[in-house]
Design a protein around this ligand. Structure first.
Ligand SMILES: N=c1c2ncn([C@@H]3O[C@H](COP(=O)(O)OP(=O)(O)OP(=O)(O)O)[C@@H](O)[C@H]3O)c2ncn1[C@@H]1O[C@H](COP(=O)(O)O)[C@@H](O)[C@H]1O
Length: 107
């Protein structure tokens, strides 16, 4: 397990939004707007689909990393925090009752 989290990457993206477009790919993407970020994320998603279907495991891992980075850039472009997404996931988990069951072994 690595200590690096999506929250760490979200913080890096927020910091790099203040860099110059020449120095930062993140800033360059954000300057192009949310629609461009969304299109790029879609392209990265397709690469995950192709890798997931038939490419070696390390390709799946690398493409998934690209996708998660571009998803976080899109969320930044739309002013959505990772905690906003996590809150939805937490609510769904609570609604399913699995948040309580997860600590039990008999479910
Ligand atoms: N995790 C990433 C990351 N994953 C992928 N990429 C970039 O995503 C781009 C995707 O490559 P492609 O060939 O698909 O696209 P491209 O032709 O280079 O670019 P497009 O014109 O298609 O957008 C590459 O330039 C990668 O470097 C990333 N760029 C940055 N990060 C993280 O963001 C941090 C800040 O980066 P900068 O903003 O560049 O300082 C880095 O330290 C990393 O932690």
């Amino acid at each position: 397990m690595t200590a690096f989290t999506l929250h760490d990457l979200e913080a890096i993206i927020a910091a790099r939004a203040g860099a110059s477009a020449e120095a930062s790919y993140t800033r360059k993407m954000l300057d192009k707007g949310a629609a461009h970020c969304a299109k790029k994320m879609g392209e990265e998603a397709i690469e995950v689909v192709l890798a997931g279907a038939s490419e070696p495991r390390e390709r799946v891992v690398a493409e998934a990393a690209d996708l998660l980075y571009h998803l976080l850039v899109l969320l930044k472009a739309r002013d959505v925090a990772l905690t906003d997404v996590e809150a939805v996931l937490q609510t769904r988990t609570a609604q399913s009752g699995l948040d309580e069951k997860a600590s039990r072994k008999d479910v």
